[in-house]
Write a protein that binds this ligand. Structure first.
Ligand code: ADP
Ligand code: MG
Ligand code: MG
Length: 305
């Protein structure tokens, strides 16, 4: 179990006199939950996503983003406490990813001669390696702080987890096959080259496949529904539901439209306006937005302000 806890998040564009975009975002997403983050264009949804992942274009001016991780998220790693809390704003993007935060990258750089399968294996190994380093660093710091501890104490927090450091080609084939079955995807997909011109819909499916392979505790999916025809929307939605149901991934589903929520039913719906969550509710809130647009939320927010 993991909980992503965003509180009072304020952020602006990271340049002198940069525009303020987020003005106090509060949001909590747990493993296994589906949250829809909705709102008109320009309200700050993508900015929120990018700040969670650690995008350097933004400067956080107030508030915090915490990730609470329970021990079972780290199978094979001996963590002393039953739950650990990480301050994500202190961590690099790859460290956040190693701890289980996923922000899809729909358009992986089109590198000549690299297949999808190699790209995915590299991404997985990068995550595992970063995770190892993260815990090694912690261990080194603790060892320093605890110098008088007896010299015979040598249990590494990573022992028994990824000793080899890498998932090899053969092992990865097995993982890939399992994930592609989970997502009901065609195996030939992974054999294609990154520069082979994936369609818009295929790029979105790719994003779900990345999430399946990396097994994040929280996945942020930004407008994964945009530009999809109804069949692709169904496929991508089935994949998102599988991430939640089979891997216990918590989903922060950013969308402008209610349509995908007919297929991926949210437990919670949040409406972002002017860099803040103006209203939260259940699935019925999304339906109301579909019927009535966003203006009434703004009016209601003004009334109570
Ligand atoms: P949404 O995803 O809800 O449509 P965004 O988070 O992309 O909204 O953008 C919110 C506002 O912040 C917009 O007015 C946008 O122009 C501005 N903005 C976002 N990123 C930057 C940036 N890197 N530089 C300047 N302005 C930005
Ligand atoms: Mg956006
Ligand atoms: Mg333990």
């Amino acid at each position: 179990m993991a909980t992503l806890e965003i509180s009072n998040l304020h952020a602006s564009v990271a340049e002198e006199g940069g525009e303020t975009i987020l003005q106090g975002v509060d949001l909590e997403v747990k493993s296994g939950e589906i949250h829809a983050l909705m709102g008109p264009n320009g309200s700050g949804k993508s900015t929120t996503a990018k700040i969670i992942a650690g995008h350097p274009a933004y400067e956080v001016t107030d508030g915090e983003i915490l990730l609470h991780i329970e021990e079972d998220e780290f199978e094979g790693i001996d963590i002393d406490d039953d739950q650990r809390t990480w301050n994500l704003l202190d961590l690099e993007p790859n460290e956040r990813a190693a701890l289980g935060i996923f922000l899809g990258f729909q358009y992986p750089a089109e590198i000549e001669g690299v297949t999808m399968v190699n790209f995915l294996r590299t991404a997985l190994n990068a995550k595992l390696e970063e995770r190892e380093e993260l815990f090694e660093d912690e261990e080194a710091e603790e060892a320093e702080a605890d110098e008088e501890d007896d010299a015979g104490y040598d249990t590494s927090p990573m022992e028994g987890n990824v000793e080899e450091g890498e998932v090899g080609v053969a092992e990865f084939q097995g993982i890939l096959q399992e994930k592609m079955e989970l997502l009901d995807m065609d195996e030939s997909f992974a054999q294609r080259y990154l520069n082979a011109g994936f369609s818009g819909g295929e790029k979105k499916q790719n994003e779900v496949l990345q999430a399946a392979i990396l097994e994040p505790s929280i996945a942020v999916l930004d407008e994964i529904d945009s530009g999809l025809d109804i069949d692709r929307l169904q496929d991508v939605s089935d994949g998102i539901n599988a991430l939640r149901d089979e891997q216990g991934t918590g989903i922060l589903q950013i969308t402008h439209y209610q349509r995908i929520l007919d297929y991926v039913e949210p437990d919670h719906v949040h409406v972002m306006l002017d860099g803040k969550i103006a209203k939260s509710g259940g699935a019925e809130l999304a339906e109301k937005l579909e019927d009535r647009g966003y203006e009434w939320v703004r009016e209601e927010a003004f009334e109570t302000a």
